[in-house]
Structure formats: structure tokens, C-alpha cells
Write a protein that binds this ligand. Structure first.
Ligand code: NAD
Length: 495
């Protein structure tokens, strides 16, 4: 019998009211059934929201440093169980264990940052323009936060949202992606064990169109933090405007790495291999475009193809594996459709372009690392997010053209340039249109204590991570204290 998992509402583990369930399977071996999870209904969401609303008052009145202490305990528990959690995550979503260990570590870093933020949460004071009057400001919680997350960072992304939401004094209704409900359950069990009171965090499993949609439209949810595709993000933004919710959207990317002729080529090769094929290309920050200066184009492509062809595909919990499977059959099919589109558009396929089915790979959603050259900027494989192990190589004549090609995208999440020329590097830092730019590093590698997010259709201007996310999860309250004992009219009595 498969293990049966439940929702977590008002401090209790419960089945969905509707009784329906869905299966969760290992993408590297579809015979491996991880468990059965509730396919929740609108009523389940409504119960979770009611619990979160009822818990809000006591939680907002709990001192922020005390809320932070609970998050520190959460971090400690994640440290103790890091290896076990990572193994289970690799089984659930496929990326190799080194990467799921990193995913858990990002959650740990976020927990410890949140723990100390409970003792900061600084406000501003400013002088009053009137005598015997004081102006102060501080941050207050907002209410019930709806948290909707994708599957590719099943631990880190929920922690980026839930931990700051809690430290700021909000309560939470959490809907994880349907491909990673097991990791979400682990996180919520840890929050429970660390002492988060009943109702403060609620977990509702299920699909986006029912559970996600109800979170977006529910009048008692005051803010939504969403990470996922731009398509769904736009729908959420439109839906949430009905009830004027505050919404943070972290969406897709079409990230590029530039390599200039003066770059350290081995470093640039290491960078693009990790950036393009790590997490099987299923990162919002994955290197999807490689922009090569014409002087090094041919030699770089030759070395890249040689090294990429040696990447070992397999089950991410096995030693020596470099690249895991796509998360699902649908995702692998999407990748393959883009490969056909690239071929039809006239790009030249120099590596991969097919399912990987040798031996044990036959039972998983594996796709061979794939490289296209002769890609032009107007092709769909140069413009659309593929979310798989497919790299499009574009050739340019100059740094100006490289930056222009890089910026020619509706997205603007991550970017990278390899060069030893300090002037070129500073121009790139200034002119690249992206939320994140790496100099001599791949497009992936964000650190939890720095702001994370992108420009253009990658988001709506908010940032996760670091200090900036605390702005999203709190409101400013301004208090004027007049101790003059008389009516003082600002802007009138003093001018
Ligand atoms: P997705 O948009 O399909 O789903 C994300 C979440 O939204 C899931 O939990 C899903 O169930 C839910 N959802 C779907 N339809 C919904 C609806 N109508 N209303 C409410 N919720 C709904 O994305 P995915 O396939 O899980 O993840 C991949 C995408 O996420 C990629 O586009 C990737 O670039 C993006 N991503 C972005 C970042 C970032 O920080 N910018 C990080 C990771 C992933």
C-alpha cells in the first residue's frame, strides 16, 4: 500500500473533504510510487483560510523576536535532517543529490536570516516639522498570506516565502506544486515540530485551477506570493486585482551567458555546463542562451559539445550522476517539441535532441543534453522559456551586439558575462536588463541573503530573499505623537 499523506489545517493532519487523491511518482523511475496526496477542494481552502484568519491575532501579538526563535529551531531541525530531506527530494523531483542538498541549505540559510530579522525589522524615525511632536514608523503584519510555489526548488522557494511571512507576523495558507507535495509535507512537519502554533501555517495540496485559484480569489487572503510561469502569474495578477490583494510574482526567464574573446575559456565552459544542464535546465535562472563572440565561437562550441556529451544521466541519488530526468512526461514532451521547432526554424542541432532511454533510463523522463548552433535572435528557441536541457548558441561581433541580443527578451531574470576586461564588465553590469548579473560566474548561484528577482515579464517588481522580502510581507504604520498640548496644523501653522 502506498503511503497516504494529508493536508494540515488548524494544527491537524486531515484528508480532503472531497476524498479525492492524486499520486506522486519518482520521475527517474515511474514504477516508484512515493505516495498518495489529497486532491483538495474549494471547501478545504476555505477551512484553511478560516483557521489562518482565526490564528492571526495571537500570532501578530507574539513578539517578533519570539517568532524568530521558532524559525531558528526550524533551521536547526533542517540541519539535523539535511541529508535525509535531500534524498527524498531527489526521489520526488529528480535533480541530483548535490543540488537538493543545496536546496535544503538555502532553506536553512533563510531560516537563520529570518530568525535574526525578528530582532531587526527596523523602522524609521524622522524629525517633525512642528515643535513638541515626534514622528515614528514601524512595520506591521498584513494578515493571511497565500503561498503558491513551483516544483523546481521544492524546499528553498517555499522557505523564501513562508519564513519571512511568519517573522513579519502573518499567517499562511500554502499550496505547493503537485509534483512536490512530499517535500512540502516535510517542511510543514518541521514547522509544526519547531512550535508554530495551530492555524498559523496551513498546507493544502492539489491543483492550481482549484486550490490555487481559490487562494487567489478568497477575500480573506490579503497577499499572494507566487513563483511559477509567466502565464499563470499573469492570470493570478488579474484574479487578485478583484480583491486588491498585494501580489509578488517571480516568473520565467530566458537567461543568457556572454563569452568574450578575452575570457578564461575553461571557466566559461564550466559555467555554461553547470548553468545550462544543472537541474536538467529546469531552473528559472538556467542558461538557455549562450552568446559567443565570433572570434572564439567555433573553438568554444567544439569544446562545449565534447564536454556536454560526457555528462552522465541517471537517478540523482546514485553516485557519479550529473543530470537527472525532466520532472514529468509532459515536461519532457514540451522539451522535445521545442527541439522540433528549433530544427524547423533552421537552427543546427549539434548534440542531443532526443529522449535518453538506455538501460535504467528507459523508466524515467530523461532527455539528452541538447545544443543548437546557428540560432538567430528571432527564433522561438531563442525567445521562449523551454525549461529543459536545451541550449541555444548565438554568434555576435562585439560586446555591444552581445548586450543587445541578451536584452532582446521579454524576460529579465539572470545573466552572465565572462571577460577579463574590466571596462567591458562594468558596461555589462550597467546595461544588461536583468535582476541579477554574474561576472565570471554562471547564471545560477543566488545567495539567500541577497535580493532575488527579475525585470520585465519575469515579475512585478518585488524581490524575494535578503532584506527586501520583508518589505513585501509587512505594511508601514506611521505614528505622529503631538505633546504640545495644542492643535498644531502641519503645513499651515509653521509656514
Ligand atoms: P506553474 O506556473 O505551472 O505552476 C506554479 C504553481 O502555480 C503550482 O503550484 C501550480 O499548481 C500553481 N497554479 C497553476 N495554475 C494556477 C492558477 N490558475 N491559479 C493559481 N495557481 C495556479 O510553474 P511550474 O511548472 O511549477 O514551475 C516552472 C516555472 O516557474 C517556470 O516558468 C520557471 O521559470 C518559474 N520559476 C520562477 C522562479 C523565479 O524566482 N523567478 C523560480 C523557480 C521557477
Amino acid at each position: 500500500m502506498p503511503e497516504v499523506f494529508q493536508n494540515y489545517i488548524d494544527g491537524k493532519w486531515v484528508d480532503s473533504r472531497g476524498g479525492a487523491t492524486f499520486e506522486n511518482r519518482n520521475p527517474a523511475d515511474w514504477d516508484d510510487l512515493i505516495g498518495v496526496f489529497p486532491k483538495s477542494t474549494v471547501e478545504d481552502v476555505d477551512e484553511a483560510v478560516a483557521a489562518a484568519k482565526a490564528a492571526f491575532d495571537a500570532w501578530r501579538l507574539t513578539p517578533a523576536p519570539k517568532r524568530g526563535d521558532i524559525l531558528r529551531r526550524v533551521g536547526d531541525l533542517m540541519v539535523e535532517r539535511k541529508d535525509e530531506i535531500a534524498t527524498e527530494m531527489t526521489r520526488e523531483m529528480g535533480k541530483i543529490k548535490a543540488e537538493t542538498l543545496g536546496d535544503v541549505q538555502e532553506g536553512i540559510d533563510t531560516a537563520y536570516y529570518a530568525a535574526t530579522e525578528g530582532r531587526r525589522m527596523f523602522g524609521h524615525t524622522a524629525p517633525s516639522e512642528l515643535p513638541n511632536k515626534m514622528n515614528i514608523s514601524f512595520r506591521i503584519p498584513i494578515g493571511v498570506a497565500g503561498i503558491i510555489t513551483p516544483w523546481n526548488f521544492p524546499m528553498a522557494i517555499p522557505t523564501w516565502k513562508i519564513f519571512p511571512a511568519l517573522v513579519c507576523g502573518n499567517t499562511v495558507v500554502f499550496k505547493p506544486a503537485s509534483y512536490t507535495p512530499r517535500t512540502a509535507t516535510t517542511l510543514v512537519r518541521i514547522l509544526e515540530e519547531a512550535g508554530v502554533p495551530a492555524g498559523v501555517v496551513n498546507l493544502v495540496h492539489g491543483g492550481g485551477s482549484v486550490v490555487g485559484n481559490r487562494i487567489v480569489e478568497h477575500p480573506d487572503i490579503r497577499l499572494i506570493s507566487f513563483t511559477g510561469s509567466s502565464e499563470v502569474g499573469k492570470r493570478i495578477s488579474a484574479g487578485a486585482s478583484e480583491t486588491l490583494k498585494r501580489v509578488s510574482l517571480e516568473l520565467g526567464g530566458k537567461n543568457a551567458q556572454i563569452v568574450m574573446p578575452d575570457a578564461n575559456m575553461e571557466l566559461a565552459l564550466d559555467g555554461v555546463l553547470w548553468g545550462a544542464f544543472g537541474t536538467t535546465g529546469q531552473r528559472c535562472t538556467a542558461t538557455s542562451r549562450l552568446i559567443l563572440h565570433k572570434d572564439i565561437h567555433d573553438s568554444f562550441v567544439e569544446s562545449l559539445v565534447e564536454r556536454a556529451s560526457k555528462l552522465r544521466l541517471g537517478y540523482g541519488n546514485d553516485q557519479g550522476v550529473d543530470v537527472g530526468p525532466c520532472v514529468s512526461e509532459a515536461q519532457r514532451n514540451t522539451v522535445h517539441e521545442y527541439v522540433e521547432i528549433g530544427k524547423n526554424e533552421g537552427a543546427s542541432l549539434v548534440l542531443g535532441g532526443e529522449f535518453a532511454t538506455d538501460g535504467d533510463l528507459a523508466k524515467g523522463w530523461f532527455y539528452k543534453p541538447t545544443i543548437f548552433v546557428d540560432v538567430s535572435r528571432d527564433m522561438r528557441i531563442a525567445r521562449e522559456e523551454i525549461f529543459g536541457p536545451v541550449l541555444s548558441v548565438l554568434k555576435v561581433d562585439s560586446l555591444d551586439e552581445a548586450i543587445d541580443v541578451l536584452n532582446d527578451s521579454v524576460y529579465g531574470l539572470s545573466s552572465s558575462i565572462y571577460t577579463q576586461d574590466v571596462n567591458g564588465a562594468f558596461r555589462a553590469m550597467r546595461d544588461i536588463e536583468a535582476g541579477i548579473t554574474y561576472i565570471n560566474g554562471p547564471t545560477i548561484g543566488a545567495e539567500a541573503h541577497m535580493p532575488f528577482g527579475g525585470v520585465k515579464e519575469t515579475g512585478n517588481g518585488h524581490r524575494e530573499g535578503g532584506w527586501t522580502v520583508y518589505e513585501f510581507f509587512s505594511e508601514w504604520k506611521v505614528v505622529y505623537v503631538d505633546f504640545s498640548g495644542k492643535l498644531q496644523r502641519a503645513q499651515i501653522d509653521n509656514y
